[in-house]
Design a protein around this ligand. Structure first.
Ligand code: GDG
Length: 481
């Protein structure tokens, strides 16, 4: 995150810092966390210096301990915002992940509750206080994701009280659902007005952008006639799509490491004569994991001739384990995985390797590299960076991406992949079969299309483009977008 002596005029804000702090034998230790947001912003660290505000993921009560944590994070230009664990729980697990996240991903049956909502407000206020105190006038503040939708408005007020003027950008990493779906949430107006206090708002796809514009027009009566801009309460807000990506060099460089090469050789030897399908997903309903396992089961039923000749290696990374629905999903997946292997395993092997843990980065790249197919079954997904990562690791093999039409990535990658509907087992089974049997020329053509896309739309480009647009807003706030 850049050096401490650098002039800091860019502030990144996300609910969690990219470093997780843990207390080990009385001392505080921090380690880099993984996830889509960290992956996307890590590309920016190469070219741009910034400070990063967020929750350190641990409750620290004692002022001396807080100082210690602060100091250890300072070396990484990370600034912790401390939260009591009950407040953090209500904000993160209860409102953000049990109520808001499902709505953003078109899941129905969500029940609104006042207590978590108040906690959500309070946490956004605490973030606004801390950032307004530190930010210098004229700086750029880039807020990330659904945990902090109220922040732009709260922050703008507090900056104004202190006589500071900063450009505020907001990026949403999830889908933005169609307006009608938002009606399930009684506080939707507050959240959308909160976002509208930004100068620039970024979405992953044109569809999410348009849903936001339409929702602002119908719900708030905002003026939206001019493309890419919204006029609301005498303010002009610019709206656009910014294609988030990865740092492909990080993957290609890792693949060259001798220990990774060795691991790839060992995996190839192990899976000689067997086609490998890989899946890497956070254990989350939106990733369509139960649909994936059921679709794979259907594929095995449809193709008995492929017994012992195909394996699905599924990494399901533990996520949000304090939320009841996520625990239930984990239990459900274990049951389905057991049934699949119970039905299809032979003394020679099991068709499904279900790993409920995260794997080290080197291992991840080796897995991507040896896989003939990557199967991604999101029922909804802001983008899905695993799709990009698989492509980055397939220079040699030209493996095939089988990609759900509901991943944001499908808006850009359909030409180079095999699309399917994740709830349709027959379609999924056919898509897997077609991917495994695609002729080399077509595989190459599809791969080259995807490689071009992934190499052009990097995370660095995403970050730099957003910041450039935001600084333009800072210099000429009243001008059209
Ligand atoms: C959100 C949105 C959007 C996963 N398992 C391991 C591991 N990972 C890394 C992957 C990838 C990242 O986590 C996952 O990114 P995704 O984009 O697939 O998904 P979310 O975490 O849900 O991210 C998503 C994203 O934000 C960015 O805007 O695309 O739609 O939901 O980088 O590699 N990394 C390691 N071991 C693992 O086991 N090392």
């Amino acid at each position: 995150m850049g050096s401490t002596d650098e002039k800091r005029n860019l502030t990144i804000v996300s609910n969690r810092l990219p470093l997780s702090v843990k207390r080990v034998d009385g001392a505080f230790q921090s380690s880099l966390s993984s996830g889509g947001l960290v992956t996307s912003l890590s590309g920016l660290t190469k070219s741009t210096k910034f400070q990063w505000f967020g929750w350190p993921g641990i409750e620290v009560k004692d002022p001396k301990d807080r100082e210690e944590v602060q100091k250890s994070l300072e070396a990484h230009n990370a600034i912790p915002i401390f939260l009591d664990s009950s407040l953090a729980h209500e904000h993160y697990n209860e409102f953000s992940n049990r109520i808001l996240w499902p709505i953003l991903h078109y899941q129905s049956g969500v029940v609104f509750d006042e207590t978590p909502w108040q906690a959500y407000r309070r946490v956004n206020e605490l973030f606004a206080d801390a950032i307004a105190e530190t930010a210098g006038s004229g700086s750029l503040i880039w807020v990330h994701d659904y945990h902090l939708m109220l922040l732009p408005e709260l922050l703008r007020d507090r900056l104004k009280q202190r006589g500071k003027s900063c450009a505020i950008g907001f990026s949403l990493h999830t889908p933005f659902p169609a307006g009608d779906f938002w009606r399930n949430l009684p506080v939707r107006k507050h959240l959308i007005e909160g976002m509208l206090s930004s100068d620039l708002i970024g979405f992953h796809t044109d569809e999410y952008k348009q849903n936001f514009i339409d929702t602002c027009a119908s719900l708030l009566n905002a003026r939206t006639e001019i493309p890419n801009q919204i006029q609301y309460k005498n303010r002009l807000v610019c709206i656009n799509k910014f294609i988030v990506g990865i740092d492909p060099d990080k993957f290609t460089d890792t693949l060259q490491k001798p220990d990774v090469q060795e691991r790839i050789r060992a995996l190839k030897e192990h899976y000689k004569g067997v086609k490998v399908i890989v899946g890497v997903d956070r254990l989350d309903h939106i990733k369509g994991l139960s649909q994936k396992l059921k679709g794979f089961d259907a594929f095995l039923d449809d193709h008995p001739e492929l017994q012992n000749k195909v394996v699905l290696i599924q990494v399901a990374v533990p996520s949000r384990e304090d939320v009841k629905e996520y625990k239930e999903l984990e239990t459900e997946l274990c049951t389905i995985a057991g049934k699949i292997n119970g039905k299809h395993a032979t003394p020679e092997g099991t068709p499904l390797l279900y790993m409920h843990r995260s794997v080290p980065f080197n291992e991840l790249t080796a897995l991507y590299s040896v896989a003939d197919v990557c199967l991604l079954t999101s029922t909804r997904d802001g983008m899905n960076l695993v799709a990009f990562e698989y492509v980055a690791c397939q220079e040699e093999r030209h493996g095939v991406l089988v990609l759900s039409e509901f991943a944001g990535a499908a808006s850009f990658m359909t030409n180079g992949s095999i699309p399917f509907h994740p709830a349709n087992k027959t379609e999924m089974s056919e898509a897997i079969f077609n991917a495994l049997n695609l002729d080399p020329a077509e595989r190459k053509a599809k791969y080259e299309y995807l490689r071009g896309f992934v190499n052009t739309n990097t995370s660095a480009k995403w970050g730099e483009t957003f910041i450039e647009k935001l600084s333009l807003r800072c210099r000429r706030p009243g001008e059209s977008c």
